[in-house]
Design a protein. Structure first.
Length: 291
């Protein structure tokens, strides 16, 4: 009995050492170890070993096929060697159709060249990557997906496989489009206001200028971001404007200040600057003329 226990302990020790020394940093191997789904090198029944490994692979495949995300695996050259059931269900492809480079048939024509070129670029760099693209559904419709891939390396650092996922982001993209449309509508409204509209950050940095401001000063938004160091404000008024602005930023209180601003033809017009910090909206209304 004691001899049998010693032999069993030694066998498990050898098995554990063999697992730790495995050259592949494969997540599937780690799953097998963590779940006990791995055969011991000391098992003396090859048929039993084969049955255990077959059962283990079936279990892992079942887990991967029930994940509500498309999962794939590719060879070092980028050709697909495995795609899980969610991919097949979504695209309507058979596994045989999708393997190797057949999966590219499911890419939107407008994304195919870009996606394949990006995929080839990370194959060369060996770095993880991600890209947003559209995939054709089995009924001919398209949805946006975020495709991510990471290399699997052996102990020598050579890439032996690529593994990745495709996550449906269609709803996120749709929400982003709604936000962009709202921002565009707001911009059109702001640009139609017959006065100067400027938005500043909590730190007092320029974030937005309406079209009237740009036309008045004859400068770009980038040039006016540094308005405090430019000639936009009359030098005699600039210290007072800056001091008043910073007091408003620090206290959160609105303020009104009159100042002279330079126009492109190098003459000066007066204006009243009204700021509403709590609404993060600053409006400048010109009250002077320039001849």
């Amino acid at each position: 009995m004691l001899d049998a226990l010693v032999e069993t302990k030694q066998t498990r020790s050898v098995s554990t050492g063999a697992q730790r020394g495995s050259g592949l940093k494969d997540p599937l191997d780690r799953i097998r170890r963590n779940t006990g789904i791995i055969s011991h090198s000391g098992d003396r029944n090859p048929q039993m070993q084969g049955q255990i490994m077959t059962w283990a692979d079936d279990q892992l495949r079942a887990i991967i096929d029930t994940i509500p995300t498309q999962v794939w695996s590719a060879r070092p050259d980028g050709s697909a060697e495995f795609l899980n059931q969610p991919w097949l269900d979504y695209t309507g492809q058979t596994l045989e159709q999708a393997l190797d480079w057949g999966w590219t048939a499911a890419l939107h024509p407008g994304d195919r060249d870009r996606a394949v070129a990006y995929w080839r670029s990370i194959l060369v760099s060996g770095e993880p990557g991600e890209i947003e693209l559209r995939l054709r559904r089995f009924d001919g419709g398209y949805r946006w997906f975020l495709s991510r891939g990471r290399p699997l390396r052996d102990a020598a650092g050579s890439i032996v496989k690529w593994r990745g996922t495709n996550t449906d982001i269609a709803e996120r993209r749709r929400a982003e489009e709604v936000v962009r449309a709202s921002e565009l509508d707001l911009r059109l409204i702001v640009d139609s206001i017959p006065g100067f509209v400027v938005t500043l950050s909590a730190a007092g940095e320029v974030e937005l200028l309406n079209r009237r401001v740009l036309e008045y000063f004859g400068k770009t938004s980038e040039e006016l971001k540094n308005w405090a160091t430019s000639d936009a404000v009359h030098p005699d008024d600039l210290p007072r404007v800056i001091d008043t602005l910073w007091r408003s930023v620090e206290t959160g209180q609105p303020y009104v200040v009159e100042a002279r601003h330079r126009r492109p033809m190098a003459c000066t017009a007066g204006s009243t600057l009204t700021l509403f910090p709590r609404q993060t909206r600053r409006v400048v209304v010109p009250v002077g003329t320039c001849y």
